[in-house]
Design a protein around this ligand. Structure first.
Ligand code: NAD
Length: 357
């Protein structure tokens, strides 16, 4: 398995491979950049087929966090961790305590939080081993589950997209397909969209969750693969990454692609393919920054909902600027966002180096 030669390696500052035989922990922590401050980003637990797949996720996700944090103008760098979910039964508390020890070994260079497959309670187990954890359900300045705020940011961003792609921010009667609708973010997003009058088409592997959303919002349940073929105006990927790929792009009828999932584009080049087809893509790490913004309130030790709200207003402005630049320059929105993020990180890095010198 290559690391420095890995296609997703982007001069990450540190990559920690952590194992603990007693608990079955196999984790990778990627610290992409600390140019803006200590790295922060969630921990994902997933049944990866092999360590190569876990490494790819850790590399891409931690780079994405650097971009996300700098675009939201937060004083933190980018990092992310993945845990390879053990096969069979395992002691969850002990596993997350062991993961906490790995986080602790980085001496504050990385602060963790929850991501897919990980709950606020898991973070309480991590807290027994390290202080460098946020997204806790209790304690001083606890910000709790970041998902509602992520969903709020995605909802706001969808309206920014609708204004440009559909001619109005009004979502009443607009058809929207939501992938991963029963998830933490997806279910809150369904609530926002339904209250705004949108017609929902939902899918998930969690059938009970889907049934609840159907009862609550009158949403139409569609099959896992059928979600791509829906005759909708907006497609909101809120499950896992790489769902915009050569196999799906021509099936997606939506004019707008805007959702919470990280790394929605299978490759950077897919951004150009989306644009070629006259579709509008909201760069994921700009749109889904609500959670880390919320978590930032906890890192600062002084959680302030008004500050969070102001940052979400800023998210809308940033997204609008990217989409407008993309349109005026005729270049893909993901490339514009990446360029802005890289430039800002480089400026922070140069400033940090100058201060040390
Ligand atoms: P989650 O695990 O609660 O939700 C994901 C949902 O997707 C689950 O309901 C799961 O059953 C479903 N799913 C899995 N595979 C699927 C498939 N093949 N087709 C359809 N549905 C499938 O996770 P979440 O916290 O809601 O996060 C969702 C996405 O948003 C992830 O990509 C995550 O990285 C990203 N994100 C989340 C936050 C946050 O605050 N939670 C913040 C930023 C980004």
């Amino acid at each position: 398995m290559s690391v420095f030669e890995h296609p997703s390696f982007d001069n990450h500052e540190k990559i920690l491979f952590a194992t603990d035989e007693a608990t079955g922990l196999k984790a990778i922590i990627g610290v992409h950049s600390t140019a803006s401050g200590p790295a922060c980003g969630g921990c994902r637990m997933w049944s990866y087929p092999n360590s190569e797949a876990a490494l790819t996720d850790a590399l891409r996700l931690s780079q994405g966090m650097s971009y996300k944090n700098i675009m939201a103008d937060l004083p933190i760098g980018g990092g992310k961790s993945v845990i390879m979910k053990p096969d069979g039964a395992f002691d969850r508390q002990a596993l997350f305590e062991a993961f906490g020890r790995a986080v602790e070994s980085l001496n504050g260079e990385y602060t963790t939080a929850e991501d897919v497959g990980v709950s606020p309670d898991d973070m309480m187990a991590v807290r027994r081993s390290t202080e460098h954890v946020v997204g806790l359900p209790e304690g001083k300045a606890a910000s709790g589950d970041p998902s509602p705020v992520t969903a709020d940011g995605v909802f706001r961003g969808i309206k920014v997209c609708a204004e440009r792609g559909l001619g109005s921010r009004d979502l009443s009667g607009v058809k929207i397909a939501i992938q991963g609708a029963a998830g933490h973010v997806g279910s809150y997003l369904c609530g926002h969209l339904s209250r705004a009058g949108a017609e929902l088409f939902i899918t998930d592997i969690n059938q009970d969750g889907l049934n609840r959303l159907k009862d609550e919002y009158g949403a139409t349940i569609v099959g896992l693969d059928e979600i791509y073929d829906q005759d909708v105006e907006i497609f909101a990927p809120c499950a896992l990454g790489a769902v915009i790929n050569p196999d799906t792009i021509d099936r997606i009828k939506a004019k707008i692609i805007a959702g919470a999932a990280n790394n929605q584009l299978a490759t950077r080049e897919m951004g150009a393919e989306v644009q070629k087809r006259g579709k509008l893509y909201a760069p994921d790490y700009v749109l889904n920054a609500g959670g880390i913004i919320n978590v930032m309130g906890e890192i600062s030790g002084d959680f302030n909902p008004e500050w969070v709200k102001g940052k979400l207003d800023g998210l809308e402005v940033t997204l609008a600027e990217i989409l407008d630049q993309s349109e005026s320059e005729g270049r893909p929105s993901n490339i514009i966002a990446d360029e802005i993020a890289r430039q800002r990180i480089e400026e922070k890095r140069a400033k940090k180096v100058a201060e040390v010198a």
